[in-house]
Design a protein around this ligand. Sequence first.
Ligand code: GLC
Length: 701
Amino acid sequence: MKNFRIIALAVLTLSATNLQAQKYPSKLLGNEKKIDGIISQMTLEEKIDMLHGKNMFSSAGVPRLGIADIEYADGPFGIREEMEPHSWNSAHLTTDSATFFPTGSALAATWSTHWAYAYGRAMSREARLRGKDMILGPAINIQRIPTGGRTYEYLSEDPLLSGMLAVAYTRGSQDDGTAVCLKHYALNNQEDYRGFVDVHISDRSMHEIYLRPFEMAVGEADAWGVMAAYNKVNGRWCSENEHLLTTILRQQWGFPGMVISDWGGVHSTVDAVTAGMNVEMPGSRYMGQALLDSVKAGKVSEAVIDQRVREILRVRMAVKPIAKEEANRVPVGNKEEMAVALEVARRSIVMLKNEKLLPINSKRVKHIAVIGENAVTKMALGGVGAGVKTRCEITPLEGLKSAIGNSMKISYAPGYKSFDRGSRNRRQSPQQAANPELMSEAVKLAKSADLVIYFAGDNREVETEGSDRKSITLPSGQDELAIALAKANKRLVTVVVAGGPVDISTVNDVSKSLLVSWFNGSMGGQALAEVLTGKISPSGKLPMTWPIHLEDVPAYATGSYPQNIQNNAQGDIFVDITQNRSNERRQQLVANYSEESLVGYRWYDQKQASVAYPFGFGLSYASFRYDQLEVQPTAEGFDVHFQLRNVSSADAEEVAQVYVSRPSSRIERPVKELKGFQRVALKAGESKTVTIPVRRSDLCH
Ligand code: GLC
């Protein structure tokens, strides 16, 4: 079954200037007079107190004037548990659980702005119940390397897909009353050496690719918060980068809100506050007493302090404060939000291959062998950084058992031992060899079954904040096991549970069917079971390219990643960030984004390099026919119209995608670029006229 794409030629003469998409009216600018009054009553000490952390996840208001503290909450995919006030330790409450939403790459695989909006709204409902004012998300950095430790948290390799979902998530969250905090601004595209890598990049590529999602969420969704990233851009720390924080963010994009630092990411006092940093998190090393002294010594004017305070008060007055005693009073992780997590999970699952084994034929199959520890592994927590304490996470095995009941026998064998960073024997690495005992037990079970469902992939210990993967090879000897399973029973379905691309060359060869189900949230196991049993059709599309070899990836092919410095004991680098201690040599680490705008599919198209599965790919149980393509100019650019028909007997949803090429361009452009998409639900036999707008501002360079 071919994977259809529509290539619409942009036949319009485009204005050379980069037209801003129509501005989304900001809700932050309605209290300026009131803010004048508040600032005029504040002492300098009270102003400075607002500009740095109070606790690990809060910054001060003005108690004397009844201005509440600002409470922040990690995680782009769920409201993190309460932490101790001044440490990274959990507070071990029993009242702070939440819904574990599908993580970024899963949300992006839905290509659904509708469900991204619902996702943002549901996140906000939970944030409010937990007493939070600002969600530290969405995390919208471009996935420049598939091995990036936070690829699972980010959305896509493409700026339009990332941007449109970020806009929807932001509108959802802020319409419900919680501020977002777009992160990490900007060019935080790797976890190794994130605390000091200096990204060198041209203006064009920076705007066209890496800043675009931030620009869209600010300009088209009025994002109220932005988090400055740990790294440097063109020689300056993001937390004191005036070009990023003032010239682009505030002057060009008109951002009226507040910028907080990443935790421990501030490196100066006067430079940071002057460049546009509002709140140093979590401590006050630079923007506490040191800033007060600097103002008193005349090194920075009180007018600058007032402007930073104004930007914070604008957000504070847009978000209803929640009294401490109201927070964490009502249990969170309720059925309405779980339902949103399920709807997103259902649409995220990508089917890459299916030679007749799916959906499971209940007439033929009486005994299913479920192999692989990822069938029972929970992904809500793990690794470093944001995780979600949730009361419910349905694993794939649980999902299958409840969907199939006793109509078929289901047996399980772990097959391999997953990598666990916290494990005692530090020698363990994700690439450890297969475990012979586990393997032979799994092979024996596979032989006896009518169908084998093999759960490969990695987990939250392998894909984590703070460090990148060194390889995309499937961990724990999973390739070897896949070959053995296929020999034992050729009726093999493989499900890859991972947040970012893995090397699927082996499992693709030996499996009749192959799916990706991501780190798919509290309801992921139910959603997957519904796809496997045919209750719903798979409809996800890859939000990033799955390469065959790491060497084909532009960042690797250009030699700009990985950078190698000697004693890179990962742990102490993270410690450096918190203690802001990094030696001179490390500060020289440069990542030269010499591939320019050719990130992801833009590169593979240009180089005509083959990939395992392309960006935007995903199969369905249904077949769709595209007809009567028309392109009509409009005031904003042009509309792409076409007929879409479901020519099968299975109800399903399709994600139609519009790519634009401009062969006669005066300047270098990628072969094609995504410039529009739409998810369309079609019952069996149903046909719809689809219109996808393409905006001139998205065609500018
Ligand atoms: C971390 C992350 C950031 C997170 C913050 C608070 O270092 O980079 O995404 O929101 O610190 O946990």
